[in-house]
Design a protein around this ligand. Structure first.
Ligand SMILES: Cc1cc2nc3c(=O)[nH]c(=O)nc-3n(C[C@H](O)[C@H](O)[C@H](O)COP(=O)(O)O)c2cc1C
Ligand SMILES: [Fe+2]
Ligand SMILES: [Fe+2]
Length: 407
C-alpha cells in the first residue's frame, strides 16, 4: 500500500491488486489499483476505503497511522459506490471503531444495510454538503448507473478535487508514478489502453449514464480528478474527461484506425483465409489486432473489438451454427451493448453452412445494429475465387472504416 499527499489535508492510499478476476470474470493482464482517499479538516472523512482489504484490523491501523491518522478520529465513511471493491472494508472497520457515520446515496444506503448492517447512515442528495472544518467542505453529486445505481461523486470545494470513484477509472497497476504529470509517454499510453480495457469490460453497457456523468463533471470546477482505480489527474483533468467521452463513442461504433480479426478455426481452413487477409492488411498498411477464440481472454477480446473501427469475423460452421467460441465472444460483445460496428465475416463450411444464420441471430438478439459487408462462405479450403471475394470484402471494409475513426 502506497500513501501519498495529493493536496493540503488530502491523502491517497493506493494498492495494486494482481491475479484476480475483476467482477469474478475479467482476467486482468496488467492488474488494477484500488484507491482510497482521506480528507482532513477538524473532522476526518475517508472516501472509498480499501485500506483494510486483507481483513486484518491491524493492517488498517498501521496504514492509517503511517499518514498520521488515528482510526478513532475518523468521523465519516463516504461510500461513493457500494460495490465491495470500495466498501468491503466497512465490517472490518467496525471491529476497531463503531461510532462513525456512513455517507451515501439512498440507493447505496439500502445496500450498505443489507450487506453490512444499517447503523449510522446519512443519506445525501444532489448538492448536499458536509463541512469538515478548516475550509474542507465536501459536496455530493449522484451519478446513477455508473455502473451501479447507487454511485455518486464527492467533490471537495477548497482544493477543487473530484473523487469520482469508478468514473474516470482505469485498470493497470501503478508503479512509482501515480499522478498524470509524473507519467512517461509509455505510462500515458499504458493507462489509455488500460482505460479502454476498464471502460469496455466494466462500463460500456451503461454508456448513456456515463454521458450524463461526464456532463455533471463539466458543471464542477475541477483541479484534480481522483478516481477509485488508476492515476490521479491534476495537471490535465480534462484529458480523462475527453478520453471517457471518446470511449463512449467507441461503444456506439466509432473506433481507432485499427482492424480487429476475431477468429477461430478447427482444422485450419478458415485460418488459411485469415493468413491471406493479414497479407492484405499489411500490404495496405492497416494496423490490425488478431484475437483467436477461445485462446485469448474475454477481457482482451472485448477491449480490442470495442476500440477498433473495423471488425473482421472469421469463423466456420460448427453443428449448423457459428463456431461456438466466436459466437460466445460476439454474444459477450452484444451483452456489453457495443453497437454500430462495421464488420465483415468469412468462414469455411463442410456440407450445410449455418454460421451466418447464427451470426444474424446474435446481432438481432442483442440489438447490435452492426453494418456488414457481404459475407463470404466457402466449402472446405478457400479457393482462388473465394480469396478474391474475401480481398474485395476487406478492401470495402478498409474504405468504409474511415467514417468510423475517432482517435
Ligand atoms: C464438430 C464439427 C461440426 C461441424 N458441423 C458442421 C455443420 O453443421 N455444417 C457444415 O456445413 N459443416 C460442419 N462442419 C464442417 C466444418 O465447417 C468444416 O470442416 C470447415 O472446413 C471447418 O473450418 P476450419 O478448419 O476453419 O475449422 C463441422 C465440423 C466439425 C469438426
Ligand atoms: Fe464498481
Ligand atoms: Fe470499482
Amino acid at each position: 500500500m502506497k500513501k501519498l499527499k495529493i493536496a493540503d489535508g488530502i491523502y491517497m492510499l493506493t494498492m495494486n491488486v494482481e491475479d484476480i478476476l475483476f467482477e469474478g470474470i475479467w482476467e486482468l493482464a496488467n492488474g488494477v489499483t484500488l484507491n482510497s482517499y482521506i480528507v482532513r479538516g477538524e473532522k476526518t472523512a475517508i472516501i472509498d476505503g480499501v485500506i483494510g482489504w486483507d481483513g486484518i484490523p491491524e493492517t488498517l491501523y498501521q496504514n492509517l497511522e503511517e499518514i498520521g491518522v488515528d482510526p478513532q478520529n475518523i468521523d465519516y465513511l463516504i461510500v461513493n459506490h457500494m460495490e465491495p471493491d470500495h466498501s468491503g472494508w466497512i465490517s472490518n472497520f467496525r471491529k476497531i471503531k463503531d461510532d462513525f457515520t456512513v455517507i451515501c446515496t439512498d440507493k447505496a444506503a439500502k445496500m450498505v444495510a443489507s450487506f453490512y448492517g444499517g447503523e449510522n447512515i446519512r443519506i445525501v442528495k444532489e448538492g448536499d454538503t458536509l463541512d469538515l472544518g478548516k475550509g474542507k467542505v465536501l459536496s455530493f453529486h449522484p451519478v446513477p448507473n455508473v455502473h451501479w445505481p447507487d454511485t455518486m461523486y464527492t467533490y471537495e470545494r477548497d482544493t477543487k478535487t473530484l473523487f469520482s470513484c469508478d468514473m474516470f477509472g482505469s485498470f493497470g497497476r501503478m508503479g512509482d508514478h501515480c499522478f498524470d504529470d509524473e507519467m512517461t509517454t509509455e505510462e500515458v499510453d499504458f493507462f489509455e489502453s488500460e482505460g479502454i480495457r476498464y471502460y469496455s469490460n466494466v462500463m460500456t453497457t451503461f454508456t448513456p449514464s456515463l454521458r450524463k456523468a461526464i456532463e455533471k463533471a463539466k458543471t464542477l470546477e475541477i483541479s484534480t480528478i481522483a478516481p477509485g482505480h488508476g492515476p490521479v489527474y491534476r495537471k490535465n483533468p480534462q484529458k480523462i474527461i475527453d478520453d471517457y467521452f471518446r470511449f463512449s463513442q467507441y461503444a456506439e461504433g466509432a473506433g481507432k484506425n485499427e482492424v480487429t480479426i476475431l477468429w477461430g478455426s478447427m482444422y485450419g481452413m478458415t485460418a488459411k483465409a485469415v493468413d491471406y487477409v493479414e497479407g492484405i492488411l499489411q500490404r495496405e498498411g492497416v494496423k490490425y489486432n488478431k484475437l483467436e477464440m477461445p485462446i485469448d481472454s474475454d477481457s482482451e477480446m472485448v477491449a480490442t473489438v470495442f476500440k477498433s473501427a473495423g471488425i473482421i469475423i472469421a469463423a466456420p460452421t460448427y453443428e449448423y451454427k457459428l463456431f461456438p467460441p466466436v459466437a460466445a465472444a460476439l454474444d459477450e460483445v452484444g451483452r456489453k451493448k457495443i453497437a454500430g460496428k462495421l464488420a465483415f465475416r468469412f468462414g469455411s463450411y463442410g456440407w450445410s453452412g449455418g454460421a451466418e444464420k447464427e451470426l444474424n441471430e446474435i446481432m438481432e438478439r442483442n440489438k447490435m445494429n452492426w453494418s456488414f459487408i457481404q459475407s463470404v462462405e466457402f466449402e472446405g479450403a478457400p479457393k482462388e475465387e473465394d480469396l478474391r471475394k474475401i480481398e474485395a470484402g476487406v478492401l470495402e471494409l478498409i474504405g468504409k472504416m474511415k467514417e468510423k475513426i475517432v482517435e
